[in-house]
Ligand binder design. Structure first.
Ligand code: UDP
Ligand code: MG
Length: 312
């Protein structure tokens, strides 16, 4: 009996590509005769026929498993659910849209089995086929993130990864509600090998990420893995105190030397507005962290499974 590889596939409205994906992973799995496969489709509250297709595939191929959520919980939740239910010695996560080429799998398995790595991750070296604005902001995000967070987050890293059971169990031990996988994978440590490949465009269907969604996601990532924004208020406050102190001395000296002609209302108004703005900004940052803490304290489940053909 060979080792079992669990392939976790989050799916949200993927009816156009799901069959194509299955054919491809099936083809690859047949070339890897020493391994058994388990393909776990996590239906993340799709509004199209994704679940129907999953069931159809499962009825034809008993390696196919599915978990279906009660609503859309997001990709992070889908990954968590897939990991939790998986029982493979090796666990692989990949997107359903064939942007993560299943054909890389044999090479990834080799790195874990024979080169002693705990995980093999992939990163794309080009951002071909992506809007330039998006690429620009993505680069900025990785720059800022790596400056202010101790956890390394690799630029261009995709969520396409093969892991040992031990690695996956470590990820599952992190039970936080606000999940940012790219950071979690870095945080748990272990030895990771990086494979590079050219960006592949989605085989069919549409991306679920608008620019706005990505921006919010990146803010979430920063907040989940860094508390530096919280220190902004401390630094800004300190700078303002120093400026105010110097200004007071100058004004006192000026008054003693030249008397006190009343003027400068416009500048005063500007200063009040500016300082007020900075204060609100800092309170806002505080509020963001507080809201995250609030959600964590509620301790809600990360996902709700409505139906599945898995026992575990
Ligand atoms: N996905 C998901 N839940 C969501 C959004 C996306 O499970 O709320 C899945 C989607 O089905 C796909 C993967 O996450 O398998 C990546 O999504 P997409 O291709 O839209 O993102 P991109 O490749 O453009 O970053
Ligand atoms: Mg994609």
């Amino acid at each position: 009996m060979g080792k079992l590889i669990s392939v976790v596939v989050p799916c949200y409205n993927e009816q156009e590509v799901l069959k194509m994906f299955y054919d491809e992973i099936n083809r690859v799995s047949l070339t890897m005769t020493n391994y058994n496969f388990e393909i776990i489709f996590v239906n993340d509250g799709s509004k199209d026929d994704t679940l129907l297709i999953c069931k159809e595939l499962a009825s034809k191929d008993d390696r196919v498993k599915y978990i279906s959520f009660s609503r859309n919980f997001g990709k992070e939740a889908a990954i968590f659910a897939g990991f939790e239910k998986s029982s493979g010695d090796l666990v692989c996560m990949m997107d359903a849209d064939l942007q993560d080429p299943p054909a890389l799998l044999p090479e990834m398995v080799k790195a874990i089995e024979y080169e002693g790595y705990d995980s093999v991750a992939t990163r794309r070296v080009t951002r071909k086929g992506e809007p330039p604005v998006r690429s620009f902001f993505a680069r900025m995000f990785y720059k800022i993130m790596n400056k202010i967070s101790k956890t390394e987050i690799v630029d261009g890293a995709r969520d396409y990864r093969l892991m040992t059971r031990q690695f996956v169990d470590s990820i599952l031990d992190l039970k936080e509600y606000n999940r940012f996988s790219k950071g979690l994978f870095g945080w748990v440590g272990y030895n990771t090998k990086w494979l590079e490949y050219e960006n592949v465009e989605r085989a069919a269907g549409e991306t679920k990420w608008s620019f706005w969604k990505l921006l919010l996601y990146s803010i979430e990532g920063i907040m989940a893995f860094s508390t530096v924004p919280l220190s902004i208020s401390v630094v800004v406050g300190l700078i303002f105190c120093i400026i105010a102190f110097i200004a007071i001395i100058i004004i006192i000296a000026k008054t003693i030397l030249f008397g006190d002609p009343v003027s400068g209302w416009p500048s005063t108004a500007c200063i009040i507005l500016f300082v007020g703005g900075v204060q609100l900004f800092c309170i806002g940052i505080l509020g963001q962290y507080l809201s995250k803490a609030y959600l964590e304290i509620k301790n809600r489940p990360i996902y709700i499974c409505k139906e599945t053909n898995m026992k575990k």
